[in-house]
Design a protein around this ligand. Structure first.
Ligand code: 1CP
Length: 365
C-alpha cells in the first residue's frame, strides 16, 4: 500500500528530531513542544470533521479521518511531534465492554468488570487483529507526515484503564474500583495483569506500525495512596516498559510515563525504565530535575488553564517554566495535562510564539 511504502521510504529521514533528541537528553537548538490532547475539541476544524464523521469512535476507526485530525494542530502550530488520534479506551472496547460516548458526560461502558468471575472471563485482545484500525491509522499518519516530525503512540496505564472498566464511566471518587482493590486485591491484580499484557501488545503493535515514541497515560494514578500506587499502578507500568520494543528501524523508541498528580513518587517513577517522565503543574521542574538527576528526560508542565489568561500572562508562565527546568538538554515542553476544549486557539499561538522566542537561550553553552 502507499502508506507502508511511504513509511519505509521515510524510516531513515526525520526532518525534525528535537523531540527524540530531548528524550535522549541530547543537545537541541530549542525546547521541543507538543500538547497533550493537541487534536480535539478546542479546534473548530476538529469539531467540523467530527460532525462530518458522526461520532468520536467513527473518527478513530477511519484511518483517513484519524490522520486528518492528527495533522490539524500541526498545520496551525510549530509542534515538534504528532500524537496518534485515538483514545485510551480502545483496549476495553476491544475486550467487548461496549464503549459509547454520551455528549457532555464522556465515555461509558455497557458492561462493567467488578467480580473475580468477570475478571476471569475477560479476554486479552490481539492488537494486530482486534485493534487493526488503530494500526492502519498509525501507518497512514506516518506516510502523511513524511518525516516532518515524529509520531507518538499511546495507551492508558492498566490502573487508569481499570478505573473506567470497573466504574463503567468517568469517576470522581473511584468508589467501585477502590472497593475492589481493597476487598479483592487478587482479582484486582489479575485484572491489572491482563491489562498490562494487553497494553504491551498494543504499544508494540503501534511501534511496528510506525509509532516513533510511546506515552503511557496514568491519569488516575494520583488518586491512590503511596503503597497502593506502587503496588497497583507503577508496578504494572514497569512490567509494560520491560516488554516494549525499544529499538525499531535503527532508532530508539523512547517511552514516556505520565502519572497525573504523581510528583511525590518521582524517584520511583524515574527508576521504572522509561526514557521520559511527564509532570503536571503541581511539581516544580527545578525540584524534579534535582530529584531525577540524569536518569530521565522531563516533560511538562504548563498549567493548561494558563491558556485562559491574556497573552502577556501566558508568556510570563512559559518563561517561568523554561527557567524552572533551566539550561541544557532533557526538557520536552508540554502542558501539565490535556488542553481544555474551551481554549481559544489564538492563545495557543501566543504560547508557541513565547516558547520559540524564549527557549533557544537555554540551549546555548
Ligand atoms: O470529540 C469528542 O467529543 C471526544 C473527545 C475526545 C477526544 C478528542 C475523547 C473522549 N478522546 C479524545 C482523544 C484523545 N484521548 C487523545 C488523542 C488526541 C490528542 O492527544 O491529540 C488522547 C491522547 C486521549 C487520551 C485519553 N482519553 C486519556 C488520557 C489523557 C488525559 O487527558 O488524561 C483519558 C483519561 C481518556 C478518556 C477520555 N476519552 C474521551 C474523554 C472526554 C475522556 C476523559 C474522560 C474523563 O475525564 O474521565
Amino acid at each position: 500500500t502507499s502508506a507502508s511504502a511511504a513509511s519505509a521510504a521515510t524510516a531513515s529521514t526525520l526532518h525534525n528530531d528535537r523531540f527524540l533528541r530531548a528524550l535522549a537528553r541530547q543537545p537541541v537548538d530549542r525546547t521541543p513542544v507538543w500538547m497533550m490532547r493537541q487534536a480535539g475539541r478546542y479546534l473548530p476544524e476538529y469539531r467540523a470533521k467530527r460532525a462530518e464523521a458522526g461520532s468520536f469512535m467513527d473518527l478513530c476507526r477511519n484511518q483517513d479521518l484519524a490522520c486528518e485530525v492528527t495533522l490539524q494542530p500541526l498545520e496551525r502550530y510549530p509542534l515538534d511531534a504528532a500524537i496518534l488520534f485515538s483514545d485510551i479506551l480502545t483496549i476495553p472496547d476491544a475486550m467487548d465492554l461496549g464503549l459509547y460516548f454520551v455528549t457532555g458526560e464522556g465515555p461509558k461502558f455497557k458492561k462493567t468488570v467488578r467480580t473475580p468471575a468477570e475478571v476471569e472471563a475477560l479476554k486479552v485482545p490481539d492488537a494486530e487483529r482486534d485493534l487493526d484500525y488503530v494500526m492502519r491509522a498509525v501507518s497512514t499518519i506516518r506516510g502523511e507526515l513524511n518525516g516532518r516530525v515524529p509520531l507518538i503512540g499511546f495507551s492508558g496505564s492498566p490502573w487508569t484503564l481499570a478505573t473506567y472498566m470497573v466504574e463503567g464511566s468517568s469517576s470522581k471518587d473511584f468508589r467501585h474500583v477502590k472497593a475492589m482493590l481493597y476487598d479483592t486485591p487478587d482479582a484486582m491484580h489479575q485484572l491489572l495483569d491482563k491489562l498490562a499484557h494487553s497494553v504491551t501488545d498494543y504499544l508494540n503493535a503501534q511501534i511496528r506500525a510506525g509509532a516513533q515514541a510511546v506515552q503511557i497515560f496514568d491519569t488516575w494514578g494520583g488518586a491512590l495512596s503511596t503503597p497502593a500506587y506502587l503496588e497497583f499502578s507503577l508496578r504494572y507500568m514497569e512490567q509494560i516498559v520491560a516488554g516494549l520494543i525499544r529499538e525499531h528501524d535503527g532508532r530508539r523508541v523512547p517511552v514516556i510515563m505520565f502519572t497525573k498528580n504523581g510528583g511525590q513518587w518521582l524517584e520511583q517513577i524515574s527508576a521504572a525504565g522509561a526514557d521520559g517522565v511527564g509532570l503536571d503543574w503541581s511539581t516544580e521542574l527545578s525540584d524534579a530535575r534535582q530529584r531525577v538527576g540524569h536518569r530521565v528526560a522531563l516533560q511538562g508542565n504548563l498549567d493548561p488553564n494558563v491558556l485562559f489568561a491574556r497573552p502577556s500572562a501566558i508568556r510570563a508562565e512559559v518563561a517561568r517554566v523554561l527557567e524552572s527546568y533551566g539550561h541544557g538538554p532533557g526538557h520536552v515542553f508540554n502542558l501539565g495535562h490535556g488542553i481544555s476544549q474551551f481554549t481559544n486557539p489564538d492563545n495557543v499561538t501566543a504560547f508557541m510564539d513565547a516558547l520559540n522566542e524564549l527557549s533557544p537561550q537555554y540551549h546555548r553553552d
